[in-house]
Design a protein around this ligand. Structure first.
Ligand SMILES: *Cc1c(COP(=O)(O)O)cnc(C)c1O
Length: 374
């Protein structure tokens, strides 16, 4: 099913989820009918197949489908035995779910600052935040760009800490040939509809090459059930499972992911070509981002967002309040303590970005931006 070409002057949506998913409507119809026919709605062949495909895609040995990306991170922490009394280091510039997962596991989030050019976690800040109770570092591959985990994995190895990836925005990203999800002990992915690989509802996954951890997480996600005796529960678990129909949808969409990511990269190149140098968030050497978001930094943000709105162009803010300044997470740091993230929070704007965004739409967005930024 093809949608009509957008006309000049038409609104540019921030994210056209209907347009993204209508491309695969026939495959979704088959998936839904198949699941309806066999009557297994949770787990089953669709989930096993997607887990195999996604582990291979991420270049890891295993994948466990779960209910959402936040659960994926929480289950990794619990599966590693991280909880009460432990501190987990994470960047303050992330979606609040990263911190939420740390608290849900019973541990304490320790927020650190980011690098000014990429807005990704700063390795020097990680080193400075380590205490005797630090148990793990969560790197967040924000906006689709992988953190350069080289310096951080040296730190975690030296201090015996777990390195965990929040890859919820980075399906398919690479850094120096390593895939997002394959560099830490385990990674959490979200398949929330708006992510680069999005379901038709909530879904998530853990990927790892640690098979003992895989087994623990599989049990934890299924009520702490024993793998050999379904009536034995050796640990208190959760209910966090992947639905069959979502798994079938994700298998169909995984086949388009590389092409979709290439489309996003082409759109981002055009943004960069048409916008003033240094406005877009920087890409570090060796990185192959998948541009979940097209983030720019501007001085007078209100003027920019007003102009975009007036022109019918969608935009977003990711994220205008750093986690350490959120009411729920304020016990750790005070305003002024993580200055790079705090300054960036007032300057960032996310522009329309998706695998169905047209060149003409990117040009229009840039025309509006050029009229208000000098
Ligand atoms: C979306 C997201 C999550 C949470 O995923 P859900 O599936 O919504 O639970 C976690 N971290 C980051 C960086 C995200 O963007």
């Amino acid at each position: 099913m093809t949608r009509p070409e957008p006309q000049p002057g038409e609104p540019v949506p921030f994210l056209d989820l209907g347009g993204i998913n209508s491309r695969l409507q026939d495959e979704f119809d088959v998936a839904w009918k198949t699941v309806l026919d066999h009557g297994g709605y949770i787990g089953g062949p669709e989930v096993e197949r997607f887990e195999r495909e996604f582990a291979a895609y991420c270049e890891t040995d295993a994948c466990v489908g779960v209910a959402n990306g936040t659960d994926a991170l929480e289950l990794i922490l619990v599966g590693l035995g991280i909880g009460r009394g432990d501190e987990v280091i994470l960047p303050t510039n992330t979606f609040v779910a990263t911190a939420e997962a740390v608290c849900a596991a019973g541990a304490r989030p320790r927020f650190v600052d980011v690098c000014p050019d990429t807005l990704l976690i700063n390795p020097d800040a990680v080193q400075a935040a380590i205490t005797p109770v630090t148990a793990a570092v969560i790197v967040v591959h924000l906006y689709g760009q992988m953190v350069d985990t080289g310096p951080i994995s040296e730190i975690t190895a030296r201090h015996g800490l777990a390195l965990i990836e929040d890859a919820a925005q980075a399906h398919g990203a690479r850094h120096r040939a390593r895939r997002a999800g394959s560099v830490g002990v385990a990674a959490g992915f979200s398949f929330y509809p708006g992510k680069n690989l999005g379901a038709l509802g909530d879904a998530g996954a853990v990927v790892t090459s640690d098979l003992a951890l895989t087994m623990r997480i599989r049990s934890l996600a299924n009520h702490g059930r024993s793998h050999t005796d379904r009536h034995r529960h050796p640990q208190v678990g959760h209910n966090s499972r992947l639905d069959s129909v979502q798994a079938a949808v994700l298998s169909a969409k995984l086949r388009c992911l590389d092409a979709d990511n290439a489309h996003r990269a082409a759109a981002m190149s055009l943004y960069r070509a048409l916008l003033p140098d240094g406005v877009a968030v920087a890409v570090q050497p060796g990185a192959e981002p998948v541009y979940h978001l097209a983030v720019i930094q501007v001085g007078d943000r209100l003027t920019v967002t007003d102009a975009l709105t007036a022109a019918g162009i969608g935009w977003g803010l990711h994220y205008p309040v750093p986690c350490h300044l959120q009411p729920a997470y304020q016990d750790g740091a005070r305003p002024g303590q993580l200055p790079v993230a705090e300054a960036a929070a007032g300057r960032i704007v996310s522009l329309p970005m998706s695998p169905v965004l047209r060149e003409t739409q990117v040009s229009r967005v840039c025309e509006v931006l050029r009229s208000v930024t000098r």
